[in-house]
Design a protein around this ligand. Structure first.
Ligand code: 3H9
Length: 689
């Protein structure tokens, strides 16, 4: 039986230990159990102070996220925290690991907070489309002032114990491994000093905030408008923190509760909670059991020091794993290493890394020109240009060089991994590791499983992804894998609509309004039209633009014209070209208007492609498709990904609308069997009957 909360008494100090693996989420049973233990301790005349401590790897990581959207179970957070705060005996939180969300809010309701040196605290609710709903927005401003509170709560960042101490969020730091004893000693000291019971609620917010600047809230919203765009939670957080300033504590709490209850019922929060669990689920491969052997990756080889190879290398350096980086010429390797150094130096300038750290990381690279230097690497990643012949040749050589038991990976973004694996005598050791550009920044890693890839190789890749800060999504072998396959139909529809006479800025605006950082044509211009260079036998607008030197933003002209500040404006030349190309291809004007119609046109084919990817068994589950879209090409996180979004619209409606569109625009709108089947059953993607 799992012990949820149990008490022990040592010399007048009651120690309540919470034990709800894996992260001590404050579920209803845990709340009930803690409430009971607290009531007993407070009623026990032998108890002079109470310490709340957690078993396992962390203090409470927050409310149990799986409970949101269900009927609330007693006791409420408010009831529990009121008991703590109003307790006639001092209550002390002893924090290790991460005290997050409702967990940190519990600590804030305690009279004192003792933290282990490596502990972190934070209010990450914003990442779930929520605000701290258990007093965090009212107590934090009272401890640190409104401005710091706005930063902490809207960023959701984890604050190291040292910073938390200097901010006044915790009272003392103690050595790791000695938390229990230190917290007991702290409690004894408090008792000896006369059982003082300071409460965050009694602090004056105005003692920290400059009274003359009531505009801090509107200033803060304006300054962060870009970052908050489209998200509902930041505005609600600002309103709640403002309530901490404007209203008495209890009224502020009531305002916070009302805002929380509103947010938790929004589709945005449902989407962001879906993404939270989907990211974690993605690492699981059903036929690769948890006890599959994980290979030890202590050294990595990367072939190709271009943009991709360099970015890939940085991931391993950041994780402290040495990399042997191999190129064809001295010039190429020197350039690649210099770019890596420049990237790190830029991070130093932003104050996010020290000069010593740069040297440490650069010291982990062994640059060279000889593939033979990869003989000892535990994992080799090939990141040369996309040519099957070149890759097969490299894998053939690697096969002769790499030690037995080394994983041989390709960073191909669309080639047939099985053909690459066949160039070796050990296809079971070959896997795809498809990084997204910039590879040191983008969190998605598509792990491509070939027909022969061995289970330990898959399991190792999934584990390694986490070690280097990536979210792995398993993909089968197909042209474009998951993320790129999803992106293609959106582009095809954007271009079709352009030729039918829909203004490109209307198409882009619809995507930006939906939540993408930029529209299709803006993205093409940013990447560079010459770089995208599609093979086409037909006359295309892009081909014509390239032919007349309009290569995109870098030339000040592409689909759009750009001024010195890179602001796009409509181009007469492009409009003319569009009309011209449409006329030669016999496309009649038929502009689409209205955001809903534009989005149906642009995004339903993406939903359909996602369904095909599932149907073909390329992705393991619907939520993996969502993660690939969100992390691979910035599908707005608050939409939950294409398939979650489709569920929210209703698959029945999507199928009906697609059939209409199919009549007008053809095959791209023919709903795939899986989509039709689910719609007929009234089910959504990933939903069991
Ligand atoms: C909140 O508190 C609202 C309140 O303000 C107001 C209430 C009224 N609930 O991430 P990991 C699971 S909102 C349920 O892989 P790590 C997770 O799904 C909450 N489950 O470990 C996974 O399950 P599985 C605010 C949770 O070591 C397992 O635990 N708090 C929760 O890489 C391990 O997780 C947060 O948003 C939860 N709260 O990282 C914090 N948390 O093994 C969310 C985790 O089945 N949590 N799980 O896949 C985290 O950020 C990370 O889990 C943490 C550990 C940093 C704690």
């Amino acid at each position: 039986m799992t012990i949820l909360a149990a008490s022990a008494l040592t010399g007048g100090i009651a120690i309540i230990t919470l034990d709800n693996p894996p992260v001590n989420a404050l579920s209803a049973p845990l709340r009930a159990s803690l409430l009971r233990e607290l009531q007993q301790a407070l009623a026990d005349s032998a108890v002079e102070a109470v310490v709340i401590l957690c078993a396992g790897r962390t203090f409470i990581a927050g409310a149990d996220i799986t409970e949101f959207g269900k009927a609330p179970q007693p006791p409420s957070f408010a009831e529990l925290f009121a008991l703590i705060e109003q307790a006639p005996k001092p209550v002390i939180a002893a924090i290790h690991g991460t005290a997050l969300g409702g967990g940190f809010e519990l600590a804030l309701a305690c009279h004192y907070r003792v933290a282990a040196e490596t502990a972190k605290v934070g209010l990450p609710e914003v990442h779930l489309g929520l605000l701290p709903g258990a007093g965090g927005t009212q107590r934090v401003p009272r401890l640190v002032g409104a401005e710091a509170a706005l930063d902490i709560i809207t960023s959701g960042r984890q604050i190291r114990a040292k910073e938390a101490l200097s901010l006044g969020l915790i009272d003392t730091l103690v050595p790791d491994g000695n938390l229990r004893e230190s917290a007991i000693a702290f409690a004894r000291d408090v008792v000896a000093r006369g059982s003082a019971r300071p409460r965050a609620r009694d602090h004056e917010v105005w003692t920290v905030v400059d009274r003359k600047r009531p505009v801090i809230f509107s200033d803060f919203a304006a300054k962060n408008a870009r970052r908050f765009k489209g998200f509902a939670a930041p505005d609600a957080i600002i309103a709640a923190v403002q309530a901490a300033v404007d209203l008495p504590f209890e009224e502020g709490l009531a305002r916070e509760t009302a805002l929380f209850e509103h947010l938790v019922a929004t589709p945005q929060s449902a989407a962001q909670r879906h993404v939270f669990f989907a990211e974690r689920e993605a690492a699981r491969v059903p036929d690769v059991s948890a006890d599959t052997e994980i290979l030890d990756i202590r050294s990595v080889g990367v072939i190709g020091a271009g943009t991709m190879g360099g970015g890939i290398t940085m991931n391993f350096l950041n994780a402290g794993i040495p990399v042997t980086l191999v190129e064809m010429t001295q010039e190429a390797i020197d350039r690649g290493v210099a770019v890596i150094r420049r990237n790190y130096e830029a991070t130093v300038r932003k104050g996010r890394m020290s000069a010593e750290q740069v040297e440490q990381r650069m010291g982990l690279i062994s640059p060279g020109l000889d593939l033979a230097t990869l003989a000892d690497a535990d994992l080799v990643i090939e990141a040369v240009y996309e040519s099957l012949d070149v890759k097969r040749e490299i894998f053939g050589k690697l096969d002769r060089i790499a030690k037995p038991g080394a994983i041989l990976a390709s960073n191909t973004s669309f080639l047939d991994l099985n053909r690459i694996a066949e160039a070796t005598s050990r296809p079971e050791w070959v896997i795809g590791l498809h990084f997204f550009s910039p590879a040191n920044v983008m969190r998605l890693l598509e792990v491509v499983r070939g027909a022969a890839t061995a289970k330990p190789v898959v399991a190792t890749a999934m584990r390694l992804a986490k070690r280097i800060g990536k979210v792995p999504v398993l993909s089968g072998v197909c042209d474009g894998f998951i993320a790129n396959r999803l992106l293609a139909p959106r582009g095809a529809q954007a271009e079709a609509m352009m030729l039918e006479g829909t203004p490109i800025d209307a198409i882009d605006r619809a995507l930006v309004e939906y939540g993408f950082a930029m529209g299709h044509f803006q993205m093409m211009d940013l990447v560079g039209l010459d770089v995208i260079g599609r093979d086409s036998t037909e006359r295309t607008v892009m081909g014509e633009l390239v032919a007349c030197g309009r290569l995109g933003q870098k030339r000040g002209a592409g689909y759009y014209d750009y001024d010195d500040t890179r602001r796009p404006s409509e181009s007469g030349i492009t409009s003319e070209l569009i009309r011209d190309v449409a006329a030669t291809r016999g496309i009649r004007p038929d502009a689409t208007s209205g955001d809903e119609a534009l989005l149906a046109r642009l995004l339903y084919p993406v939903v359909n492609e996602g369904a095909k990817i599932l149907e073909e068994g390329i992705a393991l589950r619907a939520s993996d498709v969502d993660i690939a879209a969100i992390l691979g090409y910035n599908w707005p996180v608050y939409r939950g990904g294409p398939l979650f979004w489709a569920n929210q619209i209703g698959l029945g409606r999507i199928v009906a609308e697609m059939r209409e569109l199919e009549g007008r625009y053809g095959e791209a709108f023919c709903p795939t069997d899986l989509l039709v089947r689910l719609a007929d059953k009234g089910r959504g993607f990933g939903e069991t009957a």
